[in-house]
Structure formats: C-alpha cells, structure tokens
Design a binder for this molecule. Structure first.
Ligand code: GRG
Length: 295
C-alpha cells in the first residue's frame, strides 16, 4: 500500500469509529431506523469527502476530534444522497457499495426515513459544542453544508439531472449540473478545514480552487466508470447514463478526451495547493488517486 492509501484507510477507520459513536443503536421500537442509518453510513465507500475534511483541517493544525466530527457530518449527507438516489423514484438501483441498496435491504419507507435522519443528524453534529468551541465556527459550518446540500447545491443538481432526461444538455449545462450535484459537496469538504482552522482569505481561495477542479475531475471519472467499469469492481450498476440516454462529459467529449481532461484538471487542482507547500501533499495525492480510481 502506498503512503497515501495508508493515510486514506487510517482516516476512513477513524471516521467509521466516529460515525459508529454518533449513530448509536438502542432497543427502542424505532430501532430499525438507526439500523438502516448505520447500514447506509458505516462500512464501505472510499471516504473521499471525509479525507478532504480531515486533510484540509490538518493544514491549519485543527484538533482531530473537530475535523473527524465535521468529516462524519459531510459523510452522513453524502450517504443520505446515495440512499435517496437509489430509490425507485430516482435511479432505482439494487446495488450500492457492493451491497443491496437501503430500500432493498429494508423497504422504501425505511430508506426514505433513514436518508432524512442522516441528513438532519449531520447538522445536529455540526451544531454541537464538541465539534468546535467557537459558536461562529459551528454556525459557519452549518451554513456552508446547508448551501452545498440544498436547492442551490446537491438537491438542485439532482433536480436538473431529472429534467435532463427530457432534454439533451450541452457542455455548459452539464458542467453546471455536475458542479451542483457532486461538486458542491466536494467543495464544502475542503472548505470545512478552512472554516475549522479560521483560515485567512488566500488559503480559503486556494482550497476552493482545488476543490473546483477536483470536483469536475471526479465527475468525469465517475462518467468514465459508468461506461468502462464493471459492476463487481464499481460496486453499483454501470451503463446507466447511456441506458437513460443522458448526455455526460464522456458522451460529449469521447472517452479519450474525457480522460485527458480529468488528468489536466487533477494536475491543475494539485497546483492550486502549492500555496501550502509540502503540507498539502496528501491532498495533492488525493487528486491523482481520484483520477486513477476503479470504483
Ligand atoms: C437524491 C438528494 C439526492 C441527491 C442525489 C450525489 C447524488 C445526488 C446522487 C448520487 C448518484 C451518483 C452516482 C452521482 C455521481 C457522483 C457520486 C456522488 C458518486 C458516488 O460517490 P463516491 O464515488 O462513493 O465517493 P463512495 O461509495 O465511495 O462514497
């Protein structure tokens, strides 16, 4: 395992432990809800967004308890989006992270509620004093995550994705859609470190620029995996975009040009971090990991 993969896996273990503590099982009659939340949020997933939160917070020497709680909150929002995205009313998928999707394991109503509860739990965690002693910092985290996840961010992007099924989108529209649907949660994951560390403008600007380019590179690779990946490796159904007749970066650019664009964006993302010198090496490594990933 490379140094970077060890770091990614160590942070994933720490985030799992944090999520495990935050999503405690009990034997109340509604326990199936917590069980479904744990099923959807623990075990599995690359934990890229939590890595971004912790690594960006490390740039400012933020206490690990704070960054892991913020990382767990972002991952809860991500997991909620996957649970809802897999529902029959949305993408109607049976497999996620190599396991039955939440509504297949439980039922649709439980999956809707588990998603709702993961989303709200994320904001509860950010607002708690254990996340940061300064209420302004907690409030800034809540605001940034709400903006990234809501109608002007991920949920708005998902709506655009549904609308896109009836229209053939061009490159600027696809870029906007993907920026909202996946880019903004990636952006807030990097921004969170700057918020926790009360970073000054130039540092925040560098992180924002990095996240912008990395978000697009991530999405291009996601589109490539949908075309070239196989279900066992990717852990979810592939070929869905072509089946739905959706225009993607790959359908518009072609496989080779899309791959070249992802590489260029990852290099560009890493360059934005030169501002932090070698302290940002792990985030630079992440940019290259994202474009080489097979799942
Ligand atoms: C339903 C509110 C709502 C939003 C859905 C993000 C999203 C919006 C849907 C997910 C569908 C999807 C596959 C989007 C492409 C990019 C993406 C988020 C891929 C999954 O992220 P990874 O690769 O997954 O980080 P893991 O499992 O590693 O966490």
């Amino acid at each position: 395992m490379s140094d970077f993969q060890t770091q990614l896996s160590d942070i994933a273990d720490d985030v799992n432990e944090t999520l495990d503590g935050l999503l405690e099982m009990d034997d109340d009659p509604e326990a199936q809800l917590i069980e479904a939340m744990r099923y959807s949020a623990l075990d599995g997933g690359k934990r890229i967004r939590p890595f971004m939160v912790v690594a960006s917070a490390d740039l400012f020497n933020v206490d690990r308890t704070s960054s892991l709680r913020a990382a767990a909150a972002v991952e809860m929002v991500h997991c909620y989006s996957l649970v809802h995205d897999d529902l029959p009313a949305m993408d109607d998928d049976d497999l996620r992270r190599g396991q039955p999707t939440c509504h297949k394991k439980y039922d649709e109503a439980t999956a809707i509620l588990a998603g709702d509860a993961l989303l709200t739990k994320a904001f509860e965690v950010l607002a708690e004093v254990e996340t940061h002693g300064d209420p302004m910092v907690r409030s800034e985290l809540v605001l940034a995550l709400a903006r990234a996840a809501g109608a002007e961010g991920m949920v708005g992007g998902q709506m655009l994705d549904l609308v896109a099924e009836q229209h053939s989108l061009k490159m600027p529209e696809i870029t906007r859609l993907q920026r909202m649907k996946t880019g903004m949660l990636i952006a807030v994951s990097c921004e969170a470190g700057g918020i926790l560390g009360k970073a000054a403008g130039p540092a925040r600007h560098a992180l924002r620029a990095y996240a912008h380019d990395l978000g697009l590179a991530f999405q291009i690779v996601d589109d490539l995996l949908d075309v070239e990946g196989d279900v066992e490796t990717v852990g979810k159904a592939t070929g869905k975009d072509a089946e739905a007749g959706k225009a993607t970066f790959v359908s518009l650019l072609g496989v080779e040009a899309a791959r070249a664009q992802a590489l260029l964006l990852a290099d560009q993302a890493a360059e934005h971090l030169d501002f932090f010198a070698e302290k940002a090496d792990s985030l630079k490594d992440l940019a290259h990991f994202v474009i080489k990933r097979s799942a």
